[in-house]
Design a binder for this molecule. Structure first.
Ligand code: FEO
Length: 403
């Protein structure tokens, strides 16, 4: 995509990636895409803020060179060294021979050890709050550790009040043609993808996200330009507010609602799931249903992160919880999705085991298990009626304790 001017002398020069199947080797993005946003500032000094993942390198270089020869670049700002932003640094050390690399003290440690870029003499440490004058424009740097790695910082252009926030306030979702939030008719897709990105990538550092937002709270910001996803040109406080809310869910109250995850070997637990869902639906509470064996955990985590109730429906498999569902709980533990109210139901063959296994996993997650229901084999009409009632009771108990 061609460079797009954001403000006079400041350009988006990023690329969209619709070919990588798994972001970080883990999270599906083939369908939704992802953008690597890079920015170019022209003044007396010429600056690139963040590079891109080494993909579509030719397109990226042609875009930059259509505005300025790379050998004239004075500074490359490294807000973050993860390779989706700094993976081309070795290439740029050759193509932009006079450019200095700017980053935090922690970045100066990592640049040679992690990225194996040995030109330490070209790296310039910037301190928290330090200002770099470019001519009419000037950049101020703010250390924001662990949003998303320890070396991370954000860069603020003072004359235009643009905050280049790197991973913070970013989201999945390619930005084809329309790169600003005010160009999009419905933001539902991008906000959902921002939530998925938040929970998949950033959520483990939620306290650091809150600290970063608090630190920058008095900064007058007109545009938020992250390194993934839309640029927030209209009402940038919208994405800041969403991030603040999502970060608060790590330790505070979450939303009323139920994540219902099921797995089924021969359809018995699936029949129970239908009945349980019917019971939940009677109460009017929000719920999201996932087939745990066929839905990537990336899409389930946002629901687990944001909602108070969890119901697991899974059969016994070799005296344990059905493995695809157990794997989802393991990822929830990794993402520290603690303190939920939980229920379990499922079918077993000749002996149980899944319930006991689930209770152990729930303990590790600090989930309070309030309702359980087991059925041997194929559920009959009485079992289904019981499951429906059970679903309603779980949902009702949640409504009472949440409201
Ligand atoms: Fe977009 Fe932490 O990398």
């Amino acid at each position: 995509m061609k460079p797009i001017e954001i403000r006079p002398g400041i350009y988006w020069v990023g690329v969209n990636d619709q070919t990588t199947d798994l972001f970080e080797g883990l999270w599906p993005v083939r369908k939704e895409g992802v953008s690597y946003n890079s920015y170019l500032i022209l003044d007396e000094k010429k600056v690139i803020i963040d590079l891109i993942k080494p993909i579509k390198t030719e397109e990226y270089l042609i875009g930059l060179e259509s505005i300025i020869p790379l050998k004239e670049i004075d500074y490359i700002i490294l807000n973050h060294l993860e390779p989706d932003h700094a993976g081309l640094l070795m290439t740029f050390s050759q193509l932009a021979p006079q450019a200095k690399f700017l980053g935090t003290a922690k970045a100066s440690e990592l640049i040679s050890k992690f990225l194996k870029v040995k030109e330490e003499n070209r790296f310039q440490i910037v301190k928290d709050g330090e200002i770099l004058h470019l001519g009419e424009k000037s950049l101020q740097f703010f250390s924001t550790p662990f949003v998303h790695w320890p070396e991370t910082m954000m860069t603020y252009e003072k004359s235009t009040k643009i905050l280049f926030s790197c991973d913070a306030f970013g989201g999945f979702g390619a930005i084809h043609g329309r790169i600003f939030n005010d160009e999009i008719d419905s933001l539902e897709f991008y906000e959902q993808e921002a939530l998925r990105y938040y929970v998949n990538i950033v959520a483990n550092y939620s306290q650091r996200v809150i600290s970063a937002i608090d630190k920058l709270t008095t900064l007058p910001v007109e545009i938020i330009a992250p390194s993934h996803g839309l640029i927030w040109r209209k009402s940038p406080e919208r994405i800041v507010g969403l991030y603040k809310k999502w970060a608060s869910y790590a330790s505070g109250p979450v939303e009323k609602g139920i994540t219902l995850i099921y797995g089924s070997m021969y359809g018995f637990t699936e029949s129970l799931t239908d009945a349980v869902a019917k019971g939940i639906a009677r109460t009017g509470i929000k719920y999201c249903l996932f087939d745990g064996a066929r839905t990537h955990v990336s899409y389930i985590l946002p629901s687990l992160w944001t909602m108070e109730g969890v119901i697991i429906g899974a059969p016994t498999y070799e005296v344990k919880l059905f493995p695809p569902v157990a794997a989802i709980l393991e990822m929830a533990r990794h993402k520290r999705i603690f303190g939920r109210k939980a229920g379990y139901f499922g079918s077993y063959g000749w002996s149980g085991g899944a319930l006991k296994d689930f209770k152990g996993l729930a303990d590790e997650l600090k989930w309070k298990v309030t309702h359980t229901l087991e059925v041997q084999g194929m559920p009959d009409k009485d079992d289904l009626a019981r499951a429906e009632e059970w679903g309603e009771q779980f949902a009702s108990s949640l409504i009472k304790t949440c409201s």
